[in-house]
Design a protein around this ligand. Structure first.
Ligand SMILES: *Cc1c(COP(=O)(O)O)cnc(C)c1O
Length: 311
């Protein structure tokens, strides 16, 4: 349905802090519909769903998933209703990032708590916060196949796929699919992830909602320090800027800083080569980056003259 859907996504070799690793560019799938949300929503993009007229979901008014759902609805000609607890006044008055893009896609915002077990009419497609749905497995299985094919071509016997988690849907289905795909092969491929929303126990609860058999779950690593999701941390911003300087790649500002911080600290405990999954989310940087720049105005001098200056 999206004709310019670019898969398999490229794998690049990058060097961070003097160490080589591989980077799977899922941010490159499509300019409007990319990253792990494109993988998770693959199922609903590729099904005939003649009865559906309206898409309903809920969560934060800044979320990457909300934006991707608004694109899905636009592509499919559906109405999109999105429930939020609250839209902050500054955001309502200065729409930006995911919120602005979702508005431009015609999203109807509803400030009331959604009844998750509400019985929806037949014409409604209800998708859980962050796309935490069993249907997400379909698109993530394709991602797993791409990784295995690349691994074979490249001759990488042992591989750790590393990615930061929110709901953990991507990490879980990736681990499960990779386990099946490598069952009768000599390849060793596994997933390691770090929780960005909540702690390891929270992430395990999320896994359990989708897959009760814990033998399919990815390995979780975490840092001893606590970071709250969506808050600004100097070391996050500094690392994000460093990553840009060293690799030329723009990462997401919500999940990737904790992802990279953890990977750099725990690299020695991981087996084989590392493949970091770039899960997109760059639309969210349009609101995160100005917040960081206001808070740490001196830090971003290394970005002067770069393409990021356009923002
Ligand atoms: C949504 C998102 C995540 C989290 O994905 P889950 O499948 O919910 O774990 C990570 N990184 C980026 C950039 C995202 O947009």
């Amino acid at each position: 349905m999206i004709h310019s859907w670019k898969v398999p996504t490229p794998v690049e070799e990058i060097t961070v802090e003097g160490r080589r690793c591989f980077l799977k560019r899922d941010d490159r799938i499509h300019p409007d519909f990319s990253g792990n949300k494109a993988r998770k929503l693959h199922y609903w993009l590729h099904r005939d769903l003649p009865q559906i007229r309206r898409l309903v979901s809920y969560g934060s008014p800044q979320s990457n998933a909300m934006y991707s759902l608004s694109v899905l609805a636009r592509l499919r000609g559906w109405e999109f209703e999105y429930f939020v607890d609250h839209i902050p006044a500054y955001l309502r008055e200065n729409p930006q990032g995911n919120y602005r893009a979702a508005l431009e896609n015609g999203t109807i915002f509803n400030e009331k708590k959604v009844m998750r077990n509400e019985k929806w009419e037949e014409e409604v497609l209800f998708i859980e916060e962050g796309g935490r749905q069993p249907e997400a497995e379909e698109g993530i299985r394709i991602l797993a196949e791409e990784i295995i094919n690349w691994q074979r071509e490249r001759g990488v016997a042992k591989l750790t796929v590393f990615l930061p988690s929110g709901t953990g849907t991507t990490a879980l289905y990736l681990q499960k699919s990779l386990q099946f795909l490598t069952l009768h092969s000599s390849l060793f491929t596994h997933v390691v992830t770090v929780p960005c929303v909540g702690d390891a126990d929270y992430l395990r609860e999320q896994f359990a909602m989708l897959e009760p058999d814990s033998s399919f779950w990815p390995r979780i690593v975490d840092l001893p320090r606590k970071y709250y999701f969506g808050r600004l941390y100097r070391e996050f911003y500094q690392l994000w800027l460093e990553l840009y300087r060293q690799t030329g790649v723009e990462f997401d500002l919500l999940y990737d800083p904790k992802g990279w911080l953890t990977l750099l600290e725990r690299r020695d405990k991981m087996r084989g080569e590392i493949l970091y999954l770039h899960q997109g989310g760059l639309k969210g940087n349009e609101s995160m980056l100005p917040r960081y720049r206001r808070k740490y105005p001196k830090l971003d001098e290394i970005l002067n003259g770069s393409h990021l200056e356009r923002k």
